[in-house]
Design a protein around this ligand. Structure first.
Ligand SMILES: [Zn+2]
Length: 83
């Protein structure tokens, strides 16, 4: 297994973690993530998988997972399907 120090292709951007699931924030070089829809300004960047999860919850009428419930705030960690 490569460590970040030994892999010259890794950039600081690759190390960024999604505040909602603690997974990688960006899945590929052009990935811009998603603006969380649980805040009106949509200024909190989350990963695409979380963005999709929020969209599905919203369309189902399920309660959103608010930032205070995210792992970064001590909440549980969610397992999301990743491609
Ligand atoms: Zn995420």
């Amino acid at each position: 297994m490569l460590t970040p120090e030994s892999d010259s292709r890794k950039t600081p951007r690759d190390e960024e973690k999604c505040p909602r699931c603690e997974g990688p924030l960006y899945g590929y070089p052009e990935d811009r993530g998603a603006g969380s829809r649980v805040v009106a300004e949509r200024h909190i960047v989350i990963c695409s998988a979380c963005g999709t999860d929020e969209a599905i919850r919203d369309s189902r009428g399920d309660a959103p997972v608010l930032p205070g419930e995210w792992p970064i705030a001590g909440g549980p960690r969610y397992q999301l399907p990743r491609p």
